[in-house]
Design a protein around this ligand. Sequence first.
Ligand code: HEC
Length: 185
Amino acid sequence: MKCVKWMVTAMVLTTVLIGCAQVPPTPVTQIKYSDGELPIPPEYKSWPKFLSDIQRTDIKQVREIYINPIGHSTKMGETFPNETISVMEIYKAREAADGTPLKGGDGKFVKGELLKVAVMGKGAGWGDSVTPTELRNGDWIYAMYLADAKTKAPDDTSTCRACHLPLTDKDYIFRYDEYFQKRAQ
Ligand code: HEC
């Protein structure tokens, strides 16, 4: 009896395993990432620029924002489609020995050390994992990494969404208007 049971179990397992082998791998776009877990796609530097050389005089930083091609296909007035990913590099402005920020010939900050790399992306149902629900930014989720773009930074993602949250009519994107205006030029 025992032996029959084992044979049945083995047959079932084999069927399951063969079944699994035939299932194609899940495309990346169908993965449901949760908040804080969205990885930075390694090829992001080859994406279209969203905005470049953003001067944050208030916190002495320079920022570079990239957007993936699917996000870049969005037209002004539309929300970004699912599978949009935006990556933002955060650089420290270079400083003189006395701590004052250095300025280039164009009067702009000079990019110094890369401090962190931020990412936000949206996908069907990605926002479901976000709590508290009042802080949901639609289906956008957030993650922050150190300069290697791989090691998670200690930032609490609820701070990200709290600051981006009021921008409901711009799909939670701060420089929405600036991006589309620049692109049109
Ligand atoms: C105090 C407000 C504030 C907080 C907190 C904040 N952001 Fe932002 N974020 C901004 C602003 C403003 C911009 C536009 C670029 C700029 O002016 O620096 C921006 C831009 C971005 C962008 C580029 C795409 C876009 O929306 O323009 C990403 C990606 C991003 N933030 C991710 C994050 C992540 C991840 C966190 C949390 C770890 C975070 N942000 C926290 C204000 C904030």
